[in-house]
Design a binder for this molecule. Sequence first.
Ligand SMILES: C[S@@+](CC[C@H](N)C(=O)[O-])C[C@H]1O[C@@H](n2cnc3c(N)ncnc32)[C@H](O)[C@@H]1O
Length: 191
Amino acid sequence: MTPKVKFDPNDNDILVSRERRQLIDPSRLISLLPIMSHHWVADIGCGPGYFSIPLAKYLFDGKLFALDVQKEMLDATQKALKAARLTNTELILSKETKIPIEDEVLDGAITSFVLQEASRPSVLLKEAKRCLKKSGWLIILEWHKREMDEGPPLSQRISEDELRKMTDKLGFRFRALRNLNSSQYMMLVRK
Ligand SMILES: C[S@@+](CC[C@H](N)C(=O)[O-])C[C@H]1O[C@@H](n2cnc3c(N)ncnc32)[C@H](O)[C@@H]1O
């Protein structure tokens, strides 16, 4: 099996571009979540903070944990948080198959285009489940599994069916599946 490639922090401009905002508007995404302003939420694989910043703004009496396995990504998120004068976020250097957060402290979590890069997606999901409180929500964003000019190689992509099987096997309760645009989908599950 070819090892999966992590998103290169030198290409972070793509992740925070205006074009991306047209494909996925983070405020619209937040409006689809069962999130409340006092929730404790983790952005697992936060990258340069495309979702962390709007989430931290939303969680005005809650807390955000922004995690990534690449330190450069946390630095970029830190910079964006500072520019937005947000102070309710804890940045955590995560491990490939271990999320350094205690059991059952999170109300919700997001993994956005992370499972496609994770060496063991199912283990990462299991870790996310461990950190969630009972009935905590998890939203997963991924690319459709078909050949396209943009996005990760086909071999790294996870189809909706594969993801559903994975989350069912881990005991998550399925709540919703919808297309974000013609290339990307989101799945909402609960612990
Ligand atoms: C394609 S980027 C997406 C970043 C962000 N979630 C977004 O949608 O803009 C994927 C991110 O996941 C991180 N990542 C990959 N594997 C991870 C893992 N096992 N645990 C935490 N983060 C991971 C990468 O370092 C990278 O920053």
